[in-house]
Design a binder for this molecule. Structure first.
Ligand code: PAF
Length: 285
């Protein structure tokens, strides 16, 4: 596996690979790789001749009081895992090179970005779509893979790609969970054992709501009230949102149908966890 940090060298290399007719699979990440990322890489490996991973903790998608400085970073460890998973090229640029002084362009998807995480993290999705756009321009991938844990991010990226006619196929991959059901996230490392235990309220809520919806409870307000009652029994939980939304428009729904996804964002202490599931699909194991 080759590690490239220089943007110009990386772009030239990717152009050369494309000119040779290679099919390029791309997995953009912020590093501190876990099994969720590895599942994207494994799927990507089978979908292209060349598998490219980027690791870049993107400063412009963090708010001023968010965890940019403390976000876990482990490039050496990630590189070893990536090599074992069959990555051909690891791109790890510097923030100064990605955003040199005078950089003045951003990409904004309106409509899908105001609700859910967009409401409590203003500017976050502009940061995501801007960096993903830059990365797509550098990599020129045929296929790019994203996890469904960031359900809203995936919807926003699909919309950007459709609206801007970007020639890349977006693949959404299922959430990977720990044995006890906690959705894998680089941020889980912030949790003390006590808070981690409380964080299992997310998967417990999802299971309860799915069971209720499948049994016939289709009133979204009733399901959300049930979820709130349960989550607030956890002493350190502060709910950011619990919503039932349409999977494509991300608008709130009154009545559950096959498009309904329950999305949750809850802080446990300082750590904000997110999770989601289609209500009428089988409960996560
Ligand atoms: O999901 C992430 O890790 C990031 O938001 C992404 C897509 C790599 C953009 O920085």
């Amino acid at each position: 596996m080759e590690i490239i940090q220089d943007i110009q060298a990386f772009q030239q290399r990717m152009l050369a690979e494309r000119q040779q007719g290679k099919t390029i699979s791309f997995v953009p990440t912020m590093g501190f790789l876990h099994q969720g990322h590895l599942s994207l890489l494994e799927e990507g490996r089978g979908r292209g001749d060349l598998l490219v991973l980027s690791i870049f903790v993107n400063p412009i998608q963090f708010g001023p009081n968010e965890d940019f400085d403390s976000y876990p970073r482990a490039l050496q460890r990630d590189a070893e895992l990536a090599a074992k998973t069959g990555v051909d090229i690891l791109f790890a640029p510097d923030a100064e090179a990605m955003y040199p002084p005078g950089c003045a362009t951003s990409v904004q998807v309106s409509g899908l970005t105001e609700n859910l995480c967009g409401a409590s993290r203003p500017g976050h999705f502009d940061g995501v779509t801007t960096v993903v756009n830059k990365l797509f321009n550098l990599v020129q991938p045929h296929v790019a893979l994203f996890g469904m844990k960031d359900f809203q991010q995936l919807a926003v990226i699909r919309k950007m790609v459709a609206d801007l006619n970007m020639p890349v196929k977006i693949i959404g991959m299922p959430i990977v969970r720990e044995a006890d059901g906690l959705a894998m996230s680089s941020r889980n490392t912030y949790l003390s054992p006590e808070l981690r235990q409380q964080g299992l309220a997310l998967i417990a809520t999802i299971r309860t709501l799915c069971a209720a919806a499948v049994a016939g409870q289709r009133d979204a307000a009733t399901l959300i009230a049930q979820a709130r009652d349960f989550i607030t029994t956890q002493p350190d939980a502060r709910i950011d949102y619990i919503q039932i939304c349409h999977d494509e428009t991300l608008q709130d729904m009154d009545t559950v149908d096959e498009h309904s996804v329950v999305l949750l964002a809850v802080r446990f202490g300082e750590t904000r966890l997110i999770d989601n599931h289609y209500l009428l699909q089988p409960e996560p194991a």
